[in-house]
Each structure stands twice: as structure tokens, then as C-alpha cells.
Design a protein. Structure first.
Length: 84
């Protein structure tokens, strides 16, 4: 996704079990390092090394009520996880 001249990468995490914590809690420093490496590779492959970019995150909580049926709960959006 692009926002103006910034390339925006979005990590999406979803959880059906609230007892396991917020989906965004699973985006730890190790995961961010892994994502940054993948983003760097992508930018280089596109010749976009000079582009501004940022990493955002979306956390989705839902409840399964039947097979293939769910109720959407909380959605959290965090802009700029890394502060690039």
C-alpha cells in the first residue's frame, strides 16, 4: 500500500481465543526483525531503496460460533511499529 510517497507494509494478526492475549502481542522484536529483512529484500528487488517506508500492524479478535461462522470483535491498528 502507498500513502503519499511512503510505502506502507502491514502485518495482520488474528486470534479467536482472547485468553491467548492481544493479537498484536505476537509481533515481538524477533518478528519485527524478520519483517524488516523481508521488507528490505522487497525494496531492493523493486529498486526502491530510496523510498520512505513504514511497518504498520492490524490485530483482529473474533469469536468462532460455528463452523465457518464467526463474530468480529476488536480491531486494533498501530501505525509505524518501527519508527523508520
Amino acid at each position: 500500500m502507498r500513502e503519499g510517497k511512503t510505502v506502507v507494509f502491514v502485518e495482520v494478526k488474528a486470534r479467536a481465543t482472547p485468553s491467548m492475549g492481544s493479537p498484536l502481542e505476537y509481533i515481538d522484536p524477533g518478528k519485527i526483525r524478520h519483517l524488516k529483512k523481508a521488507i528490505d529484500f522487497y525494496l531492493i528487488s523493486k529498486g526502491w531503496e530510496d523510498k520512505l517506508c513504514r511497518l504498520d500492524a492490524v490485530g483482529i479478535e473474533y469469536e468462532i460460533i460455528a463452523e465457518d461462522e464467526y463474530i468480529l470483535g476488536n480491531i486494533e491498528y498501530v501505525q509505524d511499529l518501527t519508527g523508520w
